[in-house]
Design a protein. Structure first.
Length: 378
């Protein structure tokens, strides 16, 4: 079977590529990074290392590289022959590959390809595949619509694996944590014959997306901002401090109570899930900079993001959100001269009232929550 994967970076090679390879796919990696694409063309293989005590190596072969900037026609031809198309390029880049995917779909229709195709965006976002579909539709003709509705699925997905920033002499080598989770909304799949080992297929993805967002993303950010507050540079150093660990545990208890109340997750199973997350953050074989995890603080304070949303929903259910609020206060104090959003946030706090800034970045209208945040910074 053949896969086309957009994004030959560390997550693409170290996560999605590994699972596709383990399922017997040949993989065309599509990217504009000439160093990586040329190396894939030349070697047709690479190695993954698991960041754990054994440092197990996994050899991935039967791969190729395509440069979508210089070889668009080759990418289109690959899509015509593909059994699955996946992405791991970042939410902001999805619109830039939409036209190529649309052309590939049009060529499949013209060639009368009736084998169903699923296009799966493996991004750190809610509704990524359907978002990509909305961009692809802008490049499709009216006569393409019935074909897409019948033969092309854009099932949403939730993905989770820590792949830290890293530098190696070998541009294809990548180190990843042993844990990974890839879930796909089976109700949106068109090719029901393909069920990948290592991927979970669920009828309702939303509970799992929220579980990941409010546990892994909220927890990782909590560790970063609390660690920065106490002067640490890496996640590994920070989590060794009892103050940081306690803050993380308390926040995950608060988001856990919300998730259990909202989605009826099993309490004992969720407690194990929380402990697994903490163990992952404490993995001494992964070096993750706090500056990477804590970047874009304004975005992370958004109304539907990993702190304000669980705070709002916990309050609606009369659940505790005290420790989540404490992290929000730490985010507002986070100062990284290398991060544009941090610089902007601190500039605004120096020039405007605290209330004005908090209202603006969080979009909150709940006066009680707004007052609670301000009291922590008074």
């Amino acid at each position: 079977m053949k896969a086309v994967h957009f994004g030959a970076g560390n997550i693409g090679r170290g996560f999605i590529g590994e699972i596709l390879f383990n399922n017997g796919f040949s993989i065309d990696f599509v990217d504009i990074n000439t160093t990586i694409i040329d190396a894939l063309k030349e070697r047709n293989a690479y190695e993954i290392e698991l960041a754990s005590e054994g440092k197990e190596r996994i050899a991935v072969s039967n791969v190729n590289g395509l440069n979508n900037q210089t070889e668009p026609e080759a990418v289109i031809e690959a899509i015509i022959a593909a059994d699955v198309v996946t992405t791991a390029i970042g939410p902001n880049i999805l619109p830039f590959i939409a036209e190529l995917i649309a052309k590939g779909i049009q060529k499949r229709r013209e060639a009368k390809v009736e084998q169903p195709l699923d296009v799966i965006a493996c991004e750190n976002m809610i509704g990524g595949s359907q978002f990509l579909l909305s961009k692809v539709q802008g490049f499709l003709a009216e006569e393409d619509t019935p074909y897409v509705e019948k033969y092309v699925g854009f099932p949403n997905a939730a993905v989770d694996r820590i792949v830290p920033i890293q530098h190696h002499d070998d541009p294809l080598f990548v180190s990843v944590e042993p844990f990974s989770e890839w879930l796909v909304d089976e109700t949106q799949c068109k090719n029901t014959d393909i069920r990948l080992d290592g991927v979970g297929y669920v009828a309702d993805l939303e509970p799992y997306i929220e579980r990941k967002l409010f546990s892994v993303n909220t927890g990782h950010a909590t560790t970063a901002y609390t660690g920065s507050f106490y002067g640490y540079q890496t996640i590994g150093e920070a989590i060794q401090d009892e103050r940081v660990l306690n803050q993380l545990q308390e926040v995950l208890q608060e988001t856990g109570a919300l998730l259990i109340a909202k989605w009826d997750f099993d309490a004992e199973a969720h407690d194990k899930y929380i402990h697994k997350i903490i163990d992952r953050f404490a993995n001494s074989y992964i070096s993750d900079d706090i500056s990477r995890v804590a970047r874009t603080p304004i975005r992370k304070l958004g109304f539907d993001e990993r702190f304000i949303r669980p705070i709002r929903e916990a309050k609606e259910r009369d659940l505790s959100y005290k420790h989540l609020l404490e992290v929000v206060a730490m985010i507002l104090q986070y100062n990284d001269p290398e991060d544009a959003e941090s610089v902007e946030l601190q500039k605004r706090l120096a020039e405007e009232s605290l209330e004005t800034v908090v209202r603006s970045v969080t979009s909150l209208e709940d006066e009680e929550i707004l007052a609670e945040i301000q009291d922590l910074l008074a």
